[in-house]
Design a protein around this ligand. Structure first.
Ligand code: FAD
Length: 397
Protein backbone atom coordinates (compact mmCIF):
# COMPACT_ATOMS: atom_id res chain seq x y z
CA UNK A 1 0.00 0.00 0.00
CA UNK A 2 1.28 3.48 -0.91
CA UNK A 3 1.90 5.67 2.14
CA UNK A 4 1.96 9.44 2.50
CA UNK A 5 2.34 11.78 5.44
CA UNK A 6 -0.49 13.94 4.15
CA UNK A 7 -3.27 13.41 1.61
CA UNK A 8 -5.13 16.50 0.41
CA UNK A 9 -8.47 16.20 -1.38
CA UNK A 10 -8.86 19.02 -3.90
CA UNK A 11 -6.28 20.68 -6.18
CA UNK A 12 -7.90 24.11 -5.91
CA UNK A 13 -6.63 27.27 -4.27
CA UNK A 14 -6.57 25.96 -0.68
CA UNK A 15 -5.40 22.42 -1.47
CA UNK A 16 -2.47 23.45 -3.67
CA UNK A 17 -1.29 26.20 -1.33
CA UNK A 18 -1.44 23.90 1.67
CA UNK A 19 0.38 21.13 -0.22
CA UNK A 20 3.20 23.47 -1.19
CA UNK A 21 3.66 24.74 2.37
CA UNK A 22 3.62 21.28 3.90
CA UNK A 23 5.78 19.67 1.22
CA UNK A 24 8.46 22.32 1.50
CA UNK A 25 9.12 21.17 5.06
CA UNK A 26 9.89 17.65 3.89
CA UNK A 27 6.56 15.88 4.41
CA UNK A 28 5.41 13.44 1.72
CA UNK A 29 2.25 14.99 0.26
CA UNK A 30 -0.31 13.69 -2.24
CA UNK A 31 -3.06 15.88 -3.73
CA UNK A 32 -6.06 14.09 -5.27
CA UNK A 33 -8.54 15.84 -7.55
CA UNK A 34 -11.53 14.61 -9.51
CA UNK A 35 -10.82 16.93 -12.46
CA UNK A 36 -8.32 16.87 -15.29
CA UNK A 37 -6.23 19.81 -14.15
CA UNK A 38 -5.33 22.00 -11.17
CA UNK A 39 -7.02 25.21 -10.10
CA UNK A 40 -9.99 25.22 -12.47
CA UNK A 41 -11.86 27.87 -10.48
CA UNK A 42 -8.76 30.01 -10.25
CA UNK A 43 -8.52 29.98 -14.04
CA UNK A 44 -12.15 31.12 -14.34
CA UNK A 45 -11.86 33.70 -11.59
CA UNK A 46 -11.87 37.46 -11.93
CA UNK A 47 -12.90 37.26 -15.57
CA UNK A 48 -9.75 35.20 -16.29
CA UNK A 49 -7.44 37.55 -14.37
CA UNK A 50 -7.95 36.15 -10.84
CA UNK A 51 -8.75 38.68 -8.14
CA UNK A 52 -6.32 36.88 -5.84
CA UNK A 53 -6.65 39.04 -2.71
CA UNK A 54 -7.80 42.42 -1.44
CA UNK A 55 -5.80 45.24 0.17
CA UNK A 56 -8.53 45.69 2.80
CA UNK A 57 -9.02 42.14 4.07
CA UNK A 58 -11.02 42.30 7.28
CA UNK A 59 -12.98 39.64 9.20
CA UNK A 60 -16.15 41.73 8.83
CA UNK A 61 -16.12 40.89 5.11
CA UNK A 62 -16.80 37.22 5.90
CA UNK A 63 -20.11 35.48 6.60
CA UNK A 64 -20.13 32.52 8.97
CA UNK A 65 -22.27 31.12 11.74
CA UNK A 66 -19.27 32.03 13.91
CA UNK A 67 -17.98 35.38 12.61
CA UNK A 68 -14.90 35.14 14.86
CA UNK A 69 -13.68 31.88 13.35
CA UNK A 70 -11.80 33.40 10.39
CA UNK A 71 -9.91 35.99 12.47
CA UNK A 72 -6.90 33.95 13.56
CA UNK A 73 -6.00 32.51 10.15
CA UNK A 74 -6.53 35.84 8.36
CA UNK A 75 -4.29 37.59 10.88
CA UNK A 76 -1.50 35.02 10.65
CA UNK A 77 -1.27 34.75 6.87
CA UNK A 78 -2.37 38.11 5.53
CA UNK A 79 -2.96 39.65 2.11
CA UNK A 80 0.55 41.14 2.42
CA UNK A 81 2.04 37.65 2.76
CA UNK A 82 0.30 36.47 -0.40
CA UNK A 83 1.22 39.67 -2.25
CA UNK A 84 4.87 39.05 -1.29
CA UNK A 85 4.61 35.58 -2.84
CA UNK A 86 3.08 37.02 -6.02
CA UNK A 87 5.94 39.52 -6.17
CA UNK A 88 8.51 36.76 -5.57
CA UNK A 89 7.16 35.05 -8.68
CA UNK A 90 7.38 38.34 -10.64
CA UNK A 91 3.67 38.22 -11.45
CA UNK A 92 2.46 41.63 -12.63
CA UNK A 93 -0.74 42.80 -10.93
CA UNK A 94 -2.82 45.89 -10.34
CA UNK A 95 -5.55 47.22 -8.08
CA UNK A 96 -8.82 47.49 -9.99
CA UNK A 97 -11.18 49.12 -7.49
CA UNK A 98 -11.86 48.84 -3.74
CA UNK A 99 -8.50 47.18 -3.04
CA UNK A 100 -9.16 44.29 -5.43
CA UNK A 101 -5.86 42.92 -6.80
CA UNK A 102 -5.92 41.25 -10.22
CA UNK A 103 -3.19 39.72 -12.40
CA UNK A 104 -2.23 42.00 -15.29
CA UNK A 105 -1.95 39.04 -17.64
CA UNK A 106 -3.87 35.92 -16.71
CA UNK A 107 -5.16 33.81 -13.84
CA UNK A 108 -2.82 31.14 -15.20
CA UNK A 109 -0.03 33.08 -13.45
CA UNK A 110 -1.54 32.20 -10.06
CA UNK A 111 -2.03 28.54 -10.99
CA UNK A 112 1.58 28.44 -12.24
CA UNK A 113 2.75 30.02 -8.96
CA UNK A 114 1.00 27.28 -6.99
CA UNK A 115 2.24 24.48 -9.27
CA UNK A 116 5.83 25.76 -9.11
CA UNK A 117 5.63 25.93 -5.31
CA UNK A 118 4.24 22.38 -5.26
CA UNK A 119 6.95 21.12 -7.60
CA UNK A 120 9.72 22.65 -5.49
CA UNK A 121 8.12 20.95 -2.49
CA UNK A 122 8.03 17.54 -4.21
CA UNK A 123 4.23 17.31 -3.96
CA UNK A 124 2.52 14.52 -5.95
CA UNK A 125 -0.61 15.57 -7.83
CA UNK A 126 -3.08 13.03 -9.18
CA UNK A 127 -6.03 14.03 -11.34
CA UNK A 128 -9.20 12.18 -12.37
CA UNK A 129 -9.13 10.58 -8.94
CA UNK A 130 -12.47 9.05 -7.97
CA UNK A 131 -12.47 8.60 -4.21
CA UNK A 132 -15.05 6.04 -3.17
CA UNK A 133 -14.39 5.60 0.52
CA UNK A 134 -12.38 6.96 3.42
CA UNK A 135 -11.72 5.12 6.67
CA UNK A 136 -9.70 5.87 9.73
CA UNK A 137 -8.15 2.77 11.23
CA UNK A 138 -5.81 3.10 14.19
CA UNK A 139 -3.95 6.32 13.45
CA UNK A 140 -4.07 6.05 9.66
CA UNK A 141 -6.49 7.36 7.07
CA UNK A 142 -7.24 4.88 4.28
CA UNK A 143 -8.35 6.53 1.05
CA UNK A 144 -9.92 4.29 -1.61
CA UNK A 145 -9.21 5.92 -4.93
CA UNK A 146 -9.46 4.55 -8.47
CA UNK A 147 -9.75 1.03 -7.01
CA UNK A 148 -6.54 1.34 -4.95
CA UNK A 149 -6.00 2.07 -1.28
CA UNK A 150 -3.59 4.76 -0.13
CA UNK A 151 -2.80 5.62 3.47
CA UNK A 152 -1.77 8.77 5.28
CA UNK A 153 -1.26 10.15 8.76
CA UNK A 154 -3.24 13.30 8.01
CA UNK A 155 -6.17 13.99 5.70
CA UNK A 156 -6.98 17.51 4.51
CA UNK A 157 -10.35 18.19 2.94
CA UNK A 158 -10.00 21.07 0.47
CA UNK A 159 -12.75 20.07 -1.94
CA UNK A 160 -14.50 23.46 -2.04
CA UNK A 161 -18.20 24.31 -2.15
CA UNK A 162 -21.07 23.53 -4.48
CA UNK A 163 -20.89 26.44 -6.88
CA UNK A 164 -20.25 25.71 -10.55
CA UNK A 165 -20.66 21.93 -10.73
CA UNK A 166 -19.28 22.00 -14.27
CA UNK A 167 -15.93 23.02 -12.72
CA UNK A 168 -15.89 19.87 -10.58
CA UNK A 169 -17.77 21.07 -7.49
CA UNK A 170 -19.21 18.21 -5.42
CA UNK A 171 -20.66 17.85 -1.91
CA UNK A 172 -17.93 15.31 -1.15
CA UNK A 173 -16.25 17.40 1.55
CA UNK A 174 -19.52 17.73 3.45
CA UNK A 175 -20.08 13.96 3.28
CA UNK A 176 -16.61 13.26 4.74
CA UNK A 177 -17.28 15.80 7.47
CA UNK A 178 -20.60 14.13 8.33
CA UNK A 179 -19.01 10.69 8.25
CA UNK A 180 -16.61 11.84 10.96
CA UNK A 181 -19.33 13.41 13.09
CA UNK A 182 -19.26 17.06 11.96
CA UNK A 183 -22.36 19.19 11.43
CA UNK A 184 -22.95 21.00 8.16
CA UNK A 185 -24.40 24.50 8.23
CA UNK A 186 -27.13 24.71 5.56
CA UNK A 187 -25.63 25.61 2.20
CA UNK A 188 -26.93 27.99 -0.45
CA UNK A 189 -25.65 29.79 -3.51
CA UNK A 190 -24.02 33.18 -2.87
CA UNK A 191 -22.38 35.91 -4.95
CA UNK A 192 -25.02 34.98 -7.47
CA UNK A 193 -27.36 36.91 -9.85
CA UNK A 194 -31.06 37.30 -9.01
CA UNK A 195 -33.91 36.12 -11.20
CA UNK A 196 -37.12 38.20 -11.22
CA UNK A 197 -40.85 37.48 -11.24
CA UNK A 198 -42.29 37.54 -14.75
CA UNK A 199 -44.17 40.85 -14.50
CA UNK A 200 -41.08 42.85 -13.52
CA UNK A 201 -38.78 40.80 -15.75
CA UNK A 202 -40.93 41.58 -18.80
CA UNK A 203 -40.35 45.30 -18.14
CA UNK A 204 -36.66 45.17 -17.17
CA UNK A 205 -35.51 42.56 -19.70
CA UNK A 206 -35.30 45.22 -22.41
CA UNK A 207 -32.47 46.82 -20.40
CA UNK A 208 -30.31 43.70 -20.64
CA UNK A 209 -26.64 44.72 -20.81
CA UNK A 210 -27.11 48.15 -19.19
CA UNK A 211 -25.10 48.85 -16.01
CA UNK A 212 -25.80 51.61 -13.49
CA UNK A 213 -24.08 52.68 -10.30
CA UNK A 214 -26.30 52.09 -7.28
CA UNK A 215 -26.39 51.44 -3.56
CA UNK A 216 -28.19 48.18 -2.75
CA UNK A 217 -29.41 47.22 0.73
CA UNK A 218 -30.76 44.00 2.14
CA UNK A 219 -33.49 43.75 4.76
CA UNK A 220 -30.83 43.08 7.40
CA UNK A 221 -29.28 46.47 6.55
CA UNK A 222 -26.17 45.35 4.64
CA UNK A 223 -25.35 47.89 1.95
CA UNK A 224 -23.08 47.81 -1.09
CA UNK A 225 -22.40 50.69 -3.48
CA UNK A 226 -21.24 49.31 -6.81
CA UNK A 227 -22.61 48.57 -10.29
CA UNK A 228 -25.89 46.82 -11.03
CA UNK A 229 -26.25 45.04 -14.36
CA UNK A 230 -29.60 44.24 -15.98
CA UNK A 231 -29.59 40.78 -17.56
CA UNK A 232 -32.09 38.82 -19.63
CA UNK A 233 -32.89 36.76 -16.50
CA UNK A 234 -32.91 39.54 -13.91
CA UNK A 235 -30.23 41.46 -12.01
CA UNK A 236 -26.49 40.96 -11.73
CA UNK A 237 -23.33 43.06 -11.36
CA UNK A 238 -21.12 43.41 -8.27
CA UNK A 239 -23.69 45.23 -6.11
CA UNK A 240 -26.25 42.48 -6.70
CA UNK A 241 -23.77 39.62 -6.24
CA UNK A 242 -22.69 41.12 -2.91
CA UNK A 243 -26.21 41.57 -1.59
CA UNK A 244 -27.24 38.07 -2.74
CA UNK A 245 -25.07 36.65 0.06
CA UNK A 246 -27.28 38.44 2.62
CA UNK A 247 -30.64 37.84 0.91
CA UNK A 248 -33.17 35.27 2.08
CA UNK A 249 -35.93 33.94 -0.23
CA UNK A 250 -39.05 36.12 -0.03
CA UNK A 251 -37.18 39.22 1.13
CA UNK A 252 -37.03 42.54 -0.70
CA UNK A 253 -33.91 44.44 -1.64
CA UNK A 254 -33.79 48.22 -1.72
CA UNK A 255 -32.00 49.95 -4.60
CA UNK A 256 -30.89 53.56 -4.28
CA UNK A 257 -30.63 54.81 -7.87
CA UNK A 258 -29.13 58.14 -6.79
CA UNK A 259 -26.69 57.15 -4.03
CA UNK A 260 -24.67 60.36 -4.23
CA UNK A 261 -27.50 62.89 -4.46
CA UNK A 262 -30.22 64.00 -2.06
CA UNK A 263 -33.07 64.06 -4.58
CA UNK A 264 -35.43 66.17 -2.47
CA UNK A 265 -32.85 68.94 -2.18
CA UNK A 266 -31.73 68.54 -5.77
CA UNK A 267 -35.19 68.60 -7.37
CA UNK A 268 -36.32 71.51 -5.18
CA UNK A 269 -33.23 73.46 -6.15
CA UNK A 270 -33.48 72.66 -9.88
CA UNK A 271 -37.15 73.63 -9.85
CA UNK A 272 -36.19 77.24 -9.14
CA UNK A 273 -33.52 77.35 -11.86
CA UNK A 274 -35.16 75.34 -14.70
CA UNK A 275 -38.89 75.30 -13.98
CA UNK A 276 -39.79 74.24 -17.52
CA UNK A 277 -37.32 71.35 -17.70
CA UNK A 278 -38.94 67.92 -17.91
CA UNK A 279 -38.15 65.75 -14.92
CA UNK A 280 -37.18 62.83 -17.17
CA UNK A 281 -34.66 65.01 -19.01
CA UNK A 282 -33.10 66.20 -15.77
CA UNK A 283 -32.72 62.66 -14.46
CA UNK A 284 -31.35 61.47 -17.81
CA UNK A 285 -28.18 63.39 -16.89
CA UNK A 286 -27.53 60.64 -14.35
CA UNK A 287 -29.17 57.47 -15.70
CA UNK A 288 -29.36 55.95 -19.21
CA UNK A 289 -32.31 57.24 -21.25
CA UNK A 290 -33.75 53.74 -21.77
CA UNK A 291 -33.75 53.17 -18.05
CA UNK A 292 -35.53 56.50 -17.45
CA UNK A 293 -38.21 55.35 -19.91
CA UNK A 294 -38.53 52.10 -18.01
CA UNK A 295 -38.87 53.99 -14.73
CA UNK A 296 -41.74 55.92 -16.35
CA UNK A 297 -43.43 52.64 -17.28
CA UNK A 298 -42.98 51.57 -13.65
CA UNK A 299 -44.59 54.89 -12.60
CA UNK A 300 -41.53 56.05 -10.68
CA UNK A 301 -41.11 59.18 -12.82
CA UNK A 302 -44.16 61.23 -13.87
CA UNK A 303 -44.14 62.86 -17.31
CA UNK A 304 -44.06 66.38 -15.90
CA UNK A 305 -41.91 69.48 -15.89
CA UNK A 306 -40.21 70.50 -12.65
CA UNK A 307 -42.60 73.40 -12.02
CA UNK A 308 -45.56 70.99 -12.10
CA UNK A 309 -44.24 69.10 -9.07
CA UNK A 310 -45.44 70.00 -5.59
CA UNK A 311 -43.58 69.18 -2.39
CA UNK A 312 -45.41 65.97 -1.74
CA UNK A 313 -44.83 64.72 -5.30
CA UNK A 314 -41.11 65.47 -4.98
CA UNK A 315 -41.03 63.49 -1.74
CA UNK A 316 -42.75 60.53 -3.43
CA UNK A 317 -40.42 60.62 -6.45
CA UNK A 318 -37.35 60.85 -4.20
CA UNK A 319 -38.54 57.94 -2.05
CA UNK A 320 -39.27 55.81 -5.14
CA UNK A 321 -35.84 56.41 -6.65
CA UNK A 322 -33.78 56.33 -3.45
CA UNK A 323 -35.59 53.25 -2.18
CA UNK A 324 -36.71 51.13 -5.16
CA UNK A 325 -38.06 47.98 -3.54
CA UNK A 326 -37.63 44.79 -5.55
CA UNK A 327 -38.54 41.28 -4.49
CA UNK A 328 -36.31 38.85 -6.40
CA UNK A 329 -37.97 35.63 -7.49
CA UNK A 330 -34.88 33.55 -6.72
CA UNK A 331 -31.18 33.34 -7.56
CA UNK A 332 -29.57 31.64 -10.53
CA UNK A 333 -28.34 29.00 -8.07
CA UNK A 334 -25.10 27.05 -7.98
CA UNK A 335 -24.85 27.01 -11.78
CA UNK A 336 -23.54 30.58 -11.82
CA UNK A 337 -22.81 31.30 -8.13
CA UNK A 338 -19.23 32.21 -7.27
CA UNK A 339 -19.39 30.71 -3.80
CA UNK A 340 -21.39 28.61 -1.35
CA UNK A 341 -22.67 29.94 1.95
CA UNK A 342 -22.60 27.50 4.85
CA UNK A 343 -20.55 24.31 4.95
CA UNK A 344 -18.61 22.42 7.58
CA UNK A 345 -19.62 23.85 10.94
CA UNK A 346 -16.75 25.73 12.55
CA UNK A 347 -17.80 24.78 16.09
CA UNK A 348 -15.81 21.52 15.88
CA UNK A 349 -12.79 22.85 13.99
CA UNK A 350 -9.83 24.63 15.56
CA UNK A 351 -9.59 28.19 14.21
CA UNK A 352 -5.82 28.09 14.84
CA UNK A 353 -5.05 24.89 12.94
CA UNK A 354 -8.18 23.95 10.95
CA UNK A 355 -7.97 20.51 12.57
CA UNK A 356 -11.12 18.65 13.47
CA UNK A 357 -11.80 18.57 17.20
CA UNK A 358 -13.50 15.21 16.70
CA UNK A 359 -10.87 13.31 14.68
CA UNK A 360 -7.13 13.86 15.13
CA UNK A 361 -5.34 14.36 11.82
CA UNK A 362 -8.45 15.46 9.89
CA UNK A 363 -8.46 19.07 8.59
CA UNK A 364 -10.87 21.28 6.61
CA UNK A 365 -9.65 24.31 4.66
CA UNK A 366 -10.97 26.76 2.08
CA UNK A 367 -14.53 27.08 0.91
CA UNK A 368 -15.74 23.74 2.27
CA UNK A 369 -15.71 25.42 5.69
CA UNK A 370 -18.61 27.64 6.78
CA UNK A 371 -16.71 30.85 5.94
CA UNK A 372 -17.76 32.89 2.90
CA UNK A 373 -16.21 36.15 1.83
CA UNK A 374 -17.42 39.16 -0.08
CA UNK A 375 -16.74 39.61 -3.75
CA UNK A 376 -13.33 41.15 -4.33
CA UNK A 377 -10.55 38.65 -3.53
CA UNK A 378 -11.81 37.79 -0.05
CA UNK A 379 -12.56 34.17 -0.87
CA UNK A 380 -9.12 33.42 -2.25
CA UNK A 381 -7.54 35.09 0.78
CA UNK A 382 -9.55 32.75 2.99
CA UNK A 383 -8.26 29.82 0.94
CA UNK A 384 -4.63 30.99 1.33
CA UNK A 385 -4.94 31.87 5.04
CA UNK A 386 -6.78 28.71 6.12
CA UNK A 387 -4.37 26.56 4.07
CA UNK A 388 -1.39 28.25 5.69
CA UNK A 389 -2.75 27.82 9.22
CA UNK A 390 -3.30 24.13 8.57
CA UNK A 391 0.14 23.69 7.01
CA UNK A 392 1.91 25.35 9.96
CA UNK A 393 0.29 22.92 12.35
CA UNK A 394 1.13 19.88 10.23
CA UNK A 395 4.75 20.96 9.91
CA UNK A 396 5.11 21.35 13.68
CA UNK A 397 3.20 18.23 14.75
C1 FAD B 1 -16.50 31.91 -11.76
C2 FAD B 1 -15.87 32.15 -10.40
C3 FAD B 1 -15.07 33.28 -10.24
C4 FAD B 1 -14.51 33.53 -8.98
N1 FAD B 1 -13.69 34.62 -8.86
C5 FAD B 1 -13.09 34.86 -7.66
C6 FAD B 1 -12.16 35.93 -7.52
O1 FAD B 1 -11.82 36.61 -8.50
N2 FAD B 1 -11.64 36.15 -6.28
C7 FAD B 1 -11.94 35.37 -5.20
O2 FAD B 1 -11.43 35.60 -4.11
N3 FAD B 1 -12.78 34.30 -5.33
C8 FAD B 1 -13.33 34.03 -6.53
N4 FAD B 1 -14.17 32.95 -6.66
C9 FAD B 1 -14.34 32.05 -5.50
C10 FAD B 1 -13.09 31.16 -5.40
O3 FAD B 1 -12.84 30.57 -6.66
C11 FAD B 1 -13.30 30.06 -4.36
O4 FAD B 1 -13.71 30.61 -3.15
C12 FAD B 1 -12.00 29.29 -4.16
O5 FAD B 1 -11.62 28.67 -5.37
C13 FAD B 1 -12.15 28.23 -3.07
O6 FAD B 1 -10.96 27.50 -3.02
P1 FAD B 1 -10.97 25.99 -2.52
O7 FAD B 1 -9.59 25.48 -2.76
O8 FAD B 1 -11.57 25.89 -1.19
O9 FAD B 1 -11.98 25.25 -3.52
P2 FAD B 1 -11.85 25.06 -5.09
O10 FAD B 1 -10.96 26.06 -5.69
O11 FAD B 1 -13.25 24.96 -5.57
O12 FAD B 1 -11.13 23.66 -5.24
C14 FAD B 1 -11.73 22.46 -4.85
C15 FAD B 1 -11.15 21.35 -5.69
O13 FAD B 1 -11.65 20.11 -5.17
C16 FAD B 1 -12.00 19.29 -6.25
N5 FAD B 1 -13.00 18.32 -5.81
C17 FAD B 1 -14.31 18.54 -5.53
N6 FAD B 1 -14.92 17.39 -5.20
C18 FAD B 1 -13.97 16.43 -5.28
C19 FAD B 1 -14.00 15.01 -5.08
N7 FAD B 1 -15.14 14.39 -4.77
N8 FAD B 1 -12.85 14.33 -5.26
C20 FAD B 1 -11.72 14.96 -5.61
N9 FAD B 1 -11.63 16.28 -5.82
C21 FAD B 1 -12.75 17.01 -5.65
C22 FAD B 1 -12.51 20.24 -7.31
O14 FAD B 1 -12.42 19.69 -8.61
C23 FAD B 1 -11.56 21.42 -7.14
O15 FAD B 1 -10.42 21.29 -7.96
C24 FAD B 1 -14.73 32.65 -7.90
C25 FAD B 1 -15.52 31.51 -8.09
C26 FAD B 1 -16.08 31.25 -9.32
C27 FAD B 1 -16.91 30.01 -9.51
Amino acid sequence: MEKFDVIIIGAGAAGLFCAANVGQKGLKVLVLDNGKKAGRKILMSGGGRCNFTNLYIDPTAYISTNPHFCKSALARFTQWDFIALVQKHNIPYHEKILGQLFCDNSAQDIVDLLLIECKVAGVSLRFQSEITEIKKIDNKFLVYVNEKVISSNALIVASGGLSMPKLGATPFGYRIAEQFGHNIQPTRAALVPFTLHKTLLDVLQTLSGIAISVKVSSQNAMTFQENLLFTHRGLSGPAILQISSYWQPGEHISINLFPNINLIDYLTHEQTIHPNLLLKNLLAKYLPKRFIETLQILKKIPDKSLKQLNKSQINTIAEGLHNWQIQPNSTEGYRTAEVTLGGVDTSSISSKTMESEKVIGLYFIGEVVDVTGWLGGYNFQWAWSSAWACAQHLIKS
